[in-house]
Design a protein around this ligand. Structure first.
Ligand code: ATP
Ligand code: MG
Length: 262
C-alpha cells in the first residue's frame, strides 16, 4: 500500500522542504521506494534534490495542466535515492490557468494514480499558502505532516491549517488525516519554544512526533550542495533526527525498515 503524505503549513520557512527531502532520503535509506512531488513554484525541493530547476523542459506544471504524465516528468534525485517530480517558477501560472479547468482540485490525485503502486511513500512538498496547489496536495494525500516552529504565532496559524484540513475532509477527501506535527528548528534553551512545545503536546497528544528536529546549520547548508543532509552529512544532528523521524513515520504506517537497496 502506498502512503501519500502532504507536507504542509501555510506559514513560510517552517521547514516543509527540509522535512520533505530529508524524510524522503531517510525512508529511502530504510529500503522504501519514495517519490517526492514539488508543489512549490520556488522549486526548493527540486534544487535540494540536486536537480537544476532552470534546465527543465517539463515539470509538475505540465502534469497539473494535463500536458504531460507523471512518468514522463519524474527524474531521479542526484543523491537521496528517491524520484522527484520537479517544479520551477512556471508553476506559479498553474494557479490561474487551473481555475477554469474541470476537476481543478483533484488533478494531482488523478495524475498520481498511474504511478502510485511503484512507491511505498509519496511526499508532497506544499507551498507556503492555502492555495489551489496546496489544495491539490491535500486532496491527493492520505495524511498531512505539519512541520512547525515552536513560536508564539505558530499555534494561531495551526488552527487555520487544521480548519482547512477539516473542510477538505468534509468535501473532497473524506479519508484525510493529520499524520503528525513535527517540531522543527528547535532550540531547547529557548523558554518560549519549550512552552509552545508543551502546549502542542497537550493539545494534539500522540499526533505530535516524538522526534524533534533541532536547529542545525548543516540542514541549511545541504541544499546548496544539491543533497539532503541525510546524505550530505549523515552524522550531523539534523540528519540523525530526520532518520529517526523516518523510523517513526514507518512505525505509524505499520511498516518496518528493510535493509537499504543497492
Ligand atoms: P517555504 O515556506 O518558503 O517553502 P519551508 O517551510 O519549506 O519554506 P525550508 O525551506 O525547509 O522551509 O526552511 C527554511 C529555511 O530554514 C531554509 O533556509 C532551511 O535551510 C533552513 N532550515 C530548515 N530547517 C532547519 C533546521 N532544523 N535548522 C537550521 N536551519 C533549518
Ligand atoms: Mg518550501
Amino acid at each position: 500500500m502506498t502512503r501519500i503524505l502532504a507536507v504542509a503549513n501555510q506559514k513560510g520557512g517552517v521547514g516543509k522542504t527540509t522535512t520533505t527531502v530529508n524524510l524522503a532520503a531517510g525512508l529511502a535509506e530504510s529500503g522504501k521506494r519514495v517519490l517526492v512531488v514539488d508543489l512549490d513554484p520556488q522549486g526548493n525541493a527540486t534544487m535540494g534534490s540536486g536537480i537544476d530547476k532552470r534546465a527543465l523542459a517539463q515539470t509538475v506544471y505540465h502534469v497539473l495542466l494535463g500536458l504531460a504524465t507523471v512518468e514522463s516528468v519524474l527524474t531521479r534525485a542526484a543523491s537521496g535515492g528517491f524520484d522527484i517530480v520537479p517544479a520551477n517558477r512556471e508553476l506559479a501560472g498553474a494557479e490561474v490557468e487551473m481555475v477554469d479547468l474541470e476537476h481543478r482540485e483533484t488533478r494531482l490525485a488523478l495524475a498520481l494514480e498511474r504511478v502510485r503502486e511503484r512507491y511505498d511513500f509519496i511526499l508532497l512538498d506544499c507551498p507556503p499558502a492555502l492555495n489551489l496547489l496546496t489544495l491539490n496536495g491535500l486532496v491527493a494525500a492520505h495524511a498531512v505532516v505539519i512541520p512547525m516552529q515552536c513560536e508564539y504565532y505558530a499555534l494561531e496559524g495551526l488552527s487555520d491549517l487544521v480548519n482547512t484540513i477539516r473542510k477538505v475532509k468534509q468535501s473532497l477527501n473524506p479519508a484525510l488525516e493529520i499524520e503528525g506535527l513535527l517540531r522543527t528548528m528547535f532550540d531547547p534553551r529557548n523558554l518560549l519554544a519549550q512552552q509552545v512545545s508543551a502546549q502542542l503536546e497537550q493539545h494534539f497528544g500522540a499526533k505530535v512526533y516524538q522526534t524533534i528536529i533541532p536547529r542545525n546549520v548543516r540542514l541549511a547548508e545541504a541544499p546548496s550542495y544539491g543533497a539532503p543532509a541525510v546524505n550530505f552529512d549523515p552524522s550531523c544532528k539534523g540528519a540523525q533526527a530526520y532518520v529517526q523521524l523516518a523510523g517513526e513515520v514507518l512505525k505509524r504506517a505499520g511498516l518496518a525498515p528493510e535493509p537499504a537497496r543497492a
